[in-house]
Design a protein around this ligand. Structure first.
Ligand SMILES: NC(=O)c1ccc[n+]([C@@H]2O[C@H](COP(=O)([O-])OP(=O)(O)OC[C@H]3O[C@@H](n4cnc5c(N)ncnc54)[C@H](OP(=O)(O)O)[C@@H]3O)[C@@H](O)[C@H]2O)c1
Length: 309
């Protein structure tokens, strides 16, 4: 019987902040509406399940009538209702997407964006502030200056990036005095990019946290919905292997899919996005899933649609 790979689970630390992070995180992209009690229940459920990194962004809510900033504002309302919750979590947010532009990582914009986020979130500091997407027009020196200034002012504790390539990460890092604390790429059993393009190698090289967005491919891995024929074939194959792993561990396919991401040696932290408290609990069972080396590679081969040499 091959040895399962997920046994010891050392803590994840956020940069130099001294803050510890659980193996799974909770995300607020879909966190919307005006029911503060329901929103509080989701956050409390996530934290109770060990998902203490809560990831949001100023842009979240843009697709809802409440618009830009509304997801952060809802989290701020939760803190107003239950102030202690702010101290039970590691609060992560993002800035740098400016509606209609679309990207802006100039110092002036990021300083303003971060201050607006703090106000909406009703807090004095954001534990992890991430540049949401690379701004091709912003010199890395200027982005670094913005992040260093925000850090010196105590408005953020640590800085990270999302959707950055490894070379963009390196260029930004070269202008900073402290290590970037995180990379946040899309990663799931269906989207293997960051383990093939050097992103996760860089996390292991630098110690940056590897945060994975849409670890269930935005739900497609569970509900199988896609109009793309090639993707549908891969999805069907990946789902088959995940279902076998799930059956061996008496968990759901969602838990098996999350466990697949967590097994990568970059010590990936999947950010789950469900708005259903029961599914948040279901996601937490991913930490006890054991996947053999050969089954993990079977998921990879199903996802790539070819055998590895
Ligand atoms: N940095 C970036 O550019 C970026 C981009 C996208 C997302 N993110 C981050 O990543 C987080 C997660 O993204 P995501 O929401 O796309 O993640 P996900 O976990 O891949 O997908 C969540 C979606 O799957 C659905 N779902 C269906 N069955 C499920 C099950 N059994 N268990 C759990 N979910 C199920 C959920 O619906 P229900 O709500 O109905 O359960 C929800 O719509 C976001 O909140 C955000 O923090 C970052």
């Amino acid at each position: 019987m091959p040895e399962p790979l997920m046994q010891a689970r050392p803590k994840h630390n956020l940069g130099q902040s001294g803050l510890s992070i659980g193996p799974i995180a909770y995300g607020c992209w879909r966190f919307a509406g005006s029911d503060v009690a329901a929103a509080q229940n989701k956050i409390e459920t996530a934290i109770a399940c060990g998902m203490n990194l809560i990831d949001t962004a100023d842009i979240y809510g843009i697709d809802n009538p409440a618009g830009f900033g509304s997801s952060e504002a809802l989290l701020g309302d939760v803190f107003k209702a239950q102030p202690a919750l702010r101290y039970d979590m590691v609060l992560a947010s993002k800035g740098g997407i400016e509606p209609g532009v679309p990207y802006n990582s100039t110092k002036t914009y990021l300083m303003r964006a971060c201050e607006a986020s703090l106000k909406r979130l009703r807090t004095d500091t954001i534990d992890l502030y991430q540049i949401h997407r690379p701004d091709m027009l912003a010199p890395f020196e200027e982005v670094a200056d913005a992040l260093s200034t925000l850090r010196a002012q105590g408005k953020i504790r640590e800085a990270g990036v999302s959707n950055y390539s490894p070379s963009q990460f390196r260029a930004l890092q070269a202008n900073l005095d402290v290590p970037l604390a995180s990379h946040q790429p899309e990663f799931s059993a269906l989207e293997l990019g960051p383990m093939l393009d050097g992103t996760f190698d860089q996390c292991q090289e630098t110690g940056a946290l590897a945060l994975a967005w849409s670890p269930l491919a935005g739900g497609a891995l569970i509900n199988g919905k896609t109009d793309d024929k090639d993707l549908a074939t891969r999805l069907y194959a990946v789902a088959g292997v995940l279902d076998a792993i799930a059956a061996q561990n008496s968990v759901t396919r969602a838990a098996a899919a999350l466990a697949f991401t967590m097994m990568h040696p970059a010590r990936v932290i999947p950010i789950v996005g469900t708005q259903t408290p029961a599914r948040i609990k279901e996601a937490a069972s991913a930490i006890r899933v054991k996947i053999t080396r050969s089954d993990w590679y079977r998921v990879v081969e199903a996802s790539l649609g070819r055998r590895l040499p």
